[in-house]
Design a protein around this ligand. Structure first.
Ligand code: FUC
Length: 808
């Protein structure tokens, strides 16, 4: 007997001893709030089911004759970390500013990207790891069922063929960094299939080599390429290694060329591990070790550890909404019902749980931030390269993290921001003659900060540094963690403020500080040049820049106050904040101006609604505290919508948040319904189209914003509850200042709310201006005062739970 076949026999014996008989049964009925399920296989990728551990993921098709596991690893990127430069300088910037103040857009737009952008080298693409295909001997089935159980993060396929019940279960384990799949059959010796590993070509060029190793392993290795870049060295990316090991019980294993064949097995376990040299030079050794550890732990222990790890995050929050007869239908039919207007409030609970599932599965401590497709990308050259777009998309991915009690999943974002800052300092100094650091409108895993854009309307947006650091500030507001504030948040904030101290220039009209040359992300206006209307984008002081910078300055002043810091920086900050030109200015129609000047809009229904940053995710516009701005925001939205605005999935998700922030629950729900109708595939992925995950996350955040808000210095209970959600409950969401909150309501009215305080402090809470009774854990009424806005204020103690009800 050869050593390989001896090993094979030993592993079969070991596997048999470890797992006696495996019961294969009919799938249990799903809890419709926590499962996505179908009665047929996925015909295309948008119907397949995603699993992931933050780094390693798969889309599972659940085919009968052919099963496809489209695999992903989050560091599969083309390109490499290279230092770049361009010809931009502060002198040139100042000249462009001068031209723009004089209304000369043409010369600026002709020159600026040549000097400030490396437009020949595109942002590189995240890429698929490849596909694992299983070809079975049978192609027909009855009683077919495939599902993703959101409570366990296990995807399953279950069907009958020829009197035998077949079942497959697959999960991606975070603790063991492995994908594990188990195939079982109700009759011994009935499992036969061929296993093939492949990877798509890059413009006709093979991208990986596959081989059979020993009797039960397939490996695939290569280096990511991206053919088509101007610079031939630019494409070469990470080196990768992917190992698939089979452990059958019963039956025989055969090598078929580059494939493996299992014949007449009782059950088969497949372990898949993959790594790249992005994380470790020993990516091959790490992969082998992960497979070996999995084999020695065994299926049951791996699955238990996976579920325990996952549930520690998933079980933190639950949303319950009313069920109807549609609720228990398979997800695709249920979605069709929702799209046609059938009542199914609980569908939004499923969407909420799925959003949390997707975040847990695509962003974990130690992984890369979720990209435009999370980690699920089937392409070599993905739409928008599945990159990190910093002019809203990456930020939107993390909108729900704190709200839904998954704060630590933002760690990859924070680490990424720190990496951007490293090169960003060099660029700020060299190109902008500024202190601090700057980041571009889009980047990739290499955290390059060099603008790569041919046109200014998308490339010339530099406020991402301020927008990104606002995520750290917000996270502090939720946790109240002062060490995080002092050690991580404050240094980043200070540097970004310093960048703007040097970047802002006085507007000749009034001497107030404006940002520029800048754009309102991706939008354009019309100006007259030589008697003709021409589309331009570059200007001075667009509203969004002014709002983002204003919010940055204001937050930093609060942080300085909190940390009791007074120094030259704080003095400079106060001075600049006073001098800053306001970001919210109204035009003659009472709408918020998108630009400093009253330009004619080229696309009044544009998907970016950047001048409403101050409404969401910012917090400067509020129906109660700044009603005149809220009114202007509403008019701005109406104008956008009248011209076809919010047409992409992510833009619609933003719209739901706007409506929630305007306390208009009916409109928020209407837009949520439109998102389900126009921008949701049957696996509930958000569609730009194509698939882009930001809309899933944006809408998940919006669902919380409808039920609870805390951005205006107080906890607002049920601020935008739609009549469709007459009764329901949400458990375990978070409010700023360290509160965990449950809210329950009946017939559109608050039933009760529970607040768990993490630290001592004044708690401010409001419910529609109505009288609230607040009791402590002993049921004693807590004395509270009520202010002019109907906000109740009481002294909350750390680690204490308070019950709030309305006075009858
Ligand atoms: C922004 C949007 C596009 C797209 C891209 C990834 O630039 O304007 O619609 O979502 O990001």
């Amino acid at each position: 007997m050869s050593t390989a076949s001896k090993r094979n026999v030993l592993s079969l014996i070991a596997a048999f001893l470890l797992s006696p008989s495996i019961a294969v049964s009919e799938p249990a009925a799903h809890d419709p709030a926590h499962a996505i399920w179908f009665e047929q296989p996925a015909l295309n990728w948008d119907q397949a089911l995603p699993i992931g551990n933050g780094r390693l993921g798969a889309m599972i098709f659940g085919g009968i004759g052919h099963e496809r596991l489209q695999l992903n690893e989050d560091s599969m990127w083309a390109g490499q970390s290279t230092d770049r430069f361009n010809r931009g300088s502060k002198v040139k910037l100042d000249a462009y500013r001068e031209s723009l103040f004089n209304g000369d857009h043409a010369s600026v737009e002709q020159g600026i990207m040549r000097e400030f952008s490396i437009n020949q080298t595109p942002v590189r693409s995240h890429q698929t790891l490849g596909d694992l295909f299983l070809t079975f001997d049978h192609a027909e089935a009855s009683h077919f069922h495939r599902a993703l159980d959101l409570r366990t993060a296990v995807a399953s396929v279950n069907y009958m063929h020829d009197g035998v019940r077949f079942q497959r279960e697959t999960f991606s384990s975070q603790p063991d960094q492995i994908l594990a799949s188990r195939l079982t059959a109700s009759e011994p010796g009935t499992l036969s299939f061929t296993l093939r590993l492949s990877r798509p070509e890059d413009n006709g060029i093979p991208t990986a080599t596959t081989q059979v190793v020993g009797s039960n392993t397939l490996v695939q290795s290569g280096q990511v390429t991206q053919v088509g870049g101007i610079d031939p060295n630019d494409g070469a990316g990470v080196r990768f290694f992917n190992q698939v090991t089979l452990l059958p019980i019963g039956g025989v294993l055969k090598k078929l060329g580059k494939n493996l064949r299992v014949e007449n097995a009782d059950s088969v376990i497949i372990y898949i591990a993959a790594n790249t040299d992005f994380y470790t030079p020993d990516y091959v050794g790490r992969t082998r070790a992960q497979i070996n550890t999995a084999i020695s732990k065994g299926w049951d222990a791996l699955k238990r550890a996976h579920i325990a790890d996952y549930q520690a995050l998933y079980h933190r929050s639950v949303l319950t909404l009313e069920r109807t007869e549609n609720t228990s239908l398979p997800t695709d039919i249920r979605l069709q019902g929702v799209q046609q207007g059938a009542p199914d409030p609980a569908f939004s609970a499923l969407y909420y749980h799925y959003g949390r599932y997707l975040l847990i599965s695509s962003s974990r401590v130690g992984s890369q931030p979720a990209n435009l497709q999370g980690i699920w990308n089937r392409h070599i050259r993905a739409p928008w390269n599945a990159d990190y777009h910093l002019n809203i998309n990456l930020q939107m991915n993390y909108w729900p993290a704190d709200l839904v009690n998954l704060s630590e999943l933002q760690r990859p974002l924070f680490e990424f921001i720190k990496r951007l800052a490293v090169r960003g300092r060099k660029r700020a100094r060299e190109n902008f003659g500024a202190r601090g650091w700057v980041s571009p409108h889009a980047t990739d895993i290499w955290a390059d900060v060099w603008t790569r854009a041919a046109r200014p309307y998308w490339g010339l947006s530099h406020n991402s540094n301020a927008w990104l650091v606002s995520h750290l500030v917000e996270s502090y507001r939720f946790s109240g963690d002062e060490a995080f504030l002092r050690d991580e948040v404050y240094p980043l904030l200070q540097e970004v403020c310093e960048f703007y101290f040097d970047w802002l220039v006085p507007h000749p009209q009034n001497g107030l500080l404006v940002s520029g040359p800048a754009v309102s992300p991706e939008n354009r206006f019309l100006v007259e040049e030589a008697g003709e209307l021409v589309e331009r984008s570059t200007t001075m002081g667009p509203a969004m820049d002014q709002q983002v910078i204003g919010q940055l300055f204001k937050s930093t002043l609060e942080v300085l106050d909190q940390l009791a810091i007074t120094n030259n920086f704080s003095e400079e900050l106060k001075h600049k904040y006073r001098q800053l030109s306001p970001g919210i200015r109204l035009d003659e129609n009472g709408r918020i101006m998108e630009w400093f000047y009253a330009y004619r809009e080229a696309e009044p229904g544009h998907r970016h609604i950047s001048h409403l940053y101050a409404l969401y995710p910012g917090s400067e516009i509020h129906p109660l505290l700044t009603p005149e701005f809220a009114d202007a925001a509403r008019k701005t939205i109406e104008h956008r919508l009248e011209h076809g605005g919010a047409a992409t999935g992510w833009s619609r998700a933003w719209m739901i948040n706007f409506m929630a922030r305007l306390h208009d629950g009916e409109a928020a729900k209407r837009h949520l319904d439109v998102l389900y109708q126009r921008s949701t595939s049957s696996n509930l992925f958000d569609l730009h189209p194509p698939f882009q995950i930001d809309g899933n996350f944006g809408a998940t955040a919006a669902i919380v914003e409808m039920l609870l808000q805390s951005h205006a210095g107080y906890i607002d209970l049920l601020p935008a509850l739609p009549s469709d959600w007459a009764s329901g409950a949400v458990h375990g969401i978070k409010a700023r200042s360290g509160y965990e909150v449950d809210v329950s309501w009946r017939n559109g009215q608050l039933a009760y709310s529970t607040l768990r305080a993490r630290k001592d402090g004044l708690c401010r809470v409001r419910y529609q201006g109505r009288e609230l009774v607040i009791t402590d854990e002993q049921g004693r009424e807590v004395s509270a005062s009520k202010n002019e806005y109907g906000i109740f204020v009481f002294d909350a103690r750390a680690e204490t739970e308070y019950q709030l009800t309305t006075k009858i």
